[in-house]
Design a protein around this ligand. Sequence first.
Ligand code: GDP
Ligand code: MN
Length: 385
Amino acid sequence: MKLLEYEGKEIFERYQIPMLPRCGVIKIGDCLEKLHIDGPGPWVVKAQVLAGGRGKAGGVKLAKTPAEARDLAGKMLGMKIITHQTQGKALTVEEVLVEEACAIEREIYISAVMDRKAACPAIIASAEGGMSIEELAHSHPEKIIKVAVDAEAGLLDFQARQLAFDLRIPQKNFREFTQLAKQLVKVFIEMDANLVEINPLIISKDGRLLAIDSKIVTDDNALFRHKDLEAKPDHEASEIEKEAKAIGINYIGLDGDIGCMVNGAGLAMATLDTVKMAGGDAANFLDVGGGATVDQITRAFQIILKDSKVKAVLVNIFGGIMKCDNIAAGVVEASKKVKINVPLIVRLEGTNVEEGRKILAKSGLKLEQAGSLWEAAQKAVKAAR
Ligand code: GDP
Ligand code: MN
């Protein structure tokens, strides 16, 4: 799950990571007076969307007066943002963060990530922050610092000090930095994160070390350990995905037009690949689970057909624990409850497959059967066209 900047900063606060004071967050429909903007300023108004590069896209604005900050915040709400990280899609700004701003002397990059190759967490850092780290890694790989971290011990003192030297942290901020680096790793471990990034971490003109931005991506598999996160909305999930999750179906929306209903994640992945090989694009990944009941199949059809892009549905189910005749009966039952108004292609394989195929053939349902996955994929692609 990806957290918005302010959600990440709320976590940073619990770990004493130094930041600028936040004046508040407003959502669409909120009263602008909800923002507690006072003091000498200036302030920074920031669009809360799950993408970096907001600065260049008009999602980060400086304000000199409280009135200007409110005005900018109001204008930013509802705005559409496209950055280099949104894959050409526009994100709608539903929340805006206003915080105190400061004059920046230097921008640094620092993050904690999972180094899967080394099977341990790692700190990635660069004395040149602010810009995209991917770009920097490409153009100047020598400027990227990587420190392997022991997950049990955390970042050790000597590692934190070495990092501070390598990043040319000023003497004045040295202790504060080593503390911050260690806390960053602590956030990473304790939040079960895949990524905790501060870009930029800055040295302000008046000599303060401050986290200006936050990006936290947590591991969904560990969500059960974080009741507070579990209760938060998943900003990345579509309405259909949220609905599927609520009824226990593994569904991820994709860009294509062939709805897929498959049992087992591996078979679902193979189905997507095969559809692609046949020249089509899947509209979703959907795993109905091992013991797909009539109820699950009905719900899965409902979920798939909610996506208006879907032009054909491909059912690819392997009868292992569930026998094919039961699955076929399930498909027939489900089709009575859900109006399937697009071509339906069914490929069954496994235990009692012959009986299953007979049930489908005799059902009077408008569907095409396929003997193999390859045949099914080709039929689905043709039907969707
Ligand atoms: P991102 O571009 O979406 O990652 O958003 P950031 O939060 O990293 O902000 C982008 C840039 O805006 C930063 O790299 C800074 O240069 C600038 N910025 C953000 N906050 C402040 C601030 O308080 N003062 C000043 N002067 N610039 C800021
Ligand atoms: Mn940033």
